[in-house]
Design a binder for this molecule. Structure first.
Ligand code: AMP
Length: 115
């Protein structure tokens, strides 16, 4: 998607603090972190949101979720973390390129639903 901000990050057209990249997924720090560690993992392939994901996306989403624990440990999150996928209007999704937030830090996080 030519106008999608996360597609532009994946293509290297917008700078980011990259965490990881392989042939199918890309991870980078959130520009506006809400926890001591806050990064996101996205499929390189554009998918608007989790609401649009279907069986054709199973392989890339499987690879994405299979990598989250390793990436979180790599960022120092060895005692747990939180994953969030905001979806659509009700989920207050801001960027319509499916992404998984990974949040953590040394202390326990706050309540689950705050936005
Ligand atoms: P969401 O509400 O789940 O759609 O979250 C979108 C997230 O993308 C927000 O936490 C933003 O801070 C983050 N974000 C937006 N633009 C950028 C960018 N250029 N680089 C890194 N993070 C971004």
């Amino acid at each position: 998607m030519s106008n999608c901000v996360f597609c532009k990050i994946v293509r290297g057209e917008i700078p980011c603090k990259k965490v990881y990249e392989d042939e199918s997924i890309f991870a980078f720090h959130d520009i506006n972190p809400i926890a001591p560690v806050h990064f996101m993992v996205v499929p390189k392939q554009h998918i608007d949101s989790l609401a649009e994901a279907d069986a054709s996306h199973a392989e890339v989403l499987g690879k994405l979720f299979a990598k989250v624990g390793e990436l979180a440990r790599g960022q120092g999150l060895t005692d747990g973390f939180r994953t969030i996928i905001n979806t659509g209007r009700v989920g207050q999704q801001e960027v319509y390129h499916l992404h998984v937030h990974i949040l953590g830090g040394p202390d326990r996080l706050g309540p689950m639903v705050v936005k």
